[in-house]
Design a protein around this ligand. Structure first.
Ligand code: ATR
Length: 276
């Protein structure tokens, strides 16, 4: 039986939960394999990545700070990875290395566990960095038509407009403007690092006048329940935790590597326990 050789490159990668997640998937799918960590120092990236690509490995994940730097070493990019301009999953297919981005699609899969994708819903994204780029692309690729973006640096939010679909309607806002019209959004997605431990008493914007039945989602997962989510919960909103994105982006990567469908189920609770 073939052993699937997988891993993760990045700097640092030592505390990654991906080996645990993919080991669970391999057990569930009855796939024999390994998922190793490959810490790479920036000054030796080119040599190390060239050696890894030729090492017989079947696929790997790419994390900070190499999601863009990996691109010239790959043979092809799938459409989303190419539009996002970042790769978090590479697979060897028929001798060619192909790059994917499963972060945004994984995020939308995770969000769909609390609210199905519907073009008519009004979405507000807070933040416009690398994570936001993947999430915005996945939202519009999954048929969300109304997706506004607020960011501290408004010009950075404007850059995301290059990856919208023809039918997408996106307004770029300051945080003050977003606050004023919070009650017009069905889904609010926080994508910046504000509120992440140890600065976990910070919140990107105060939440007031949320629409009834609003969903508030935070991609920060340390702590699991951020100030933003606590504040949303107090107002009766449905909240969506960031750690689910970790599992769903990994689920999509595992499908790409193995061709196997795996379910998340109990893994969500188990991951939560590992993070608390
Ligand atoms: P990532 O890849 O994690 O998204 P990034 O590309 O560095 O990281 O983007 C960070 C995001 O968090 C940006 O939206 C950034 O806002 P700016 O574009 O204005 O820099 C946002 N961010 C980080 N620290 C912030 C802070 N203290 N207040 C408001 N926004 C902040």
């Amino acid at each position: 039986m073939k052993i699937l050789k997988l891993g993760l490159i990045g700097h640092p990668v030592e505390h990654s939960l991906s080996p645990w997640i993919h080991t669970q998937f391999m057990e569930q799918a009855g796939v024999e394999g390994e998922y190793k960590l490959y810490p790479i120092e920036p000054d030796v990236f080119d040599e190390k990545i060239t050696a890894l690509l030729q090492s017989g490995i079947d696929g790997f994940n790419i994390t900070v700070p190499y999601k863009q730097r990996i691109i010239p070493f790959l043979d092809e990019l799938d459409t989303d990875a190419s539009k996002i301009g970042a790769v978090n999953t590479a697979v060897r297919k028929n001798g060619k290395w192909i790059g994917y981005n499963t972060d945004g699609s994984g995020y939308v899969r995770a969000l769909e566990q609390v609210i199905p994708s519907q073009g008519s819903l009004h979405v507000l994204m807070l933040g416009a960095g690398g994570a936001a780029r993947g999430i915005y692309r996945a939202l519009v690729a999954n048929g969300f038509r109304y997706v506004d973006i607020a960011n501290r640096t408004v010009s950075k939010a404007e850059q995301l407009l290059q990856i919208q679909e023809p039918e997408t309607i996106t307004e770029i806002l300051s945080y003050e403007e977003a606050q004023q019209k919070l009650d017009s959004y069905d889904i609010i997605i926080h994508t910046s690092s504000v509120g992440m431990s140890p600065c976990d008493r910070e919140q990107i914007i105060p939440l007031a006048n949320l629409k009834s039945n609003a969903v508030v989602s935070d991609i920060v997962y340390k702590p699991i329940e951020t100030m933003l989510l606590r504040s949303a919960k107090q107002q009766g909103a449905t909240i969506h935790h960031g750690h689910s994105m970790l599992l769903y982006q990994a689920q999509y990567a595992f499908e790409i590597w193995s061709g196997e469908q795996v379910v998340i189920g109990e893994l969500l609770n188990q991951l939560e326990q590992r993070l608390t």
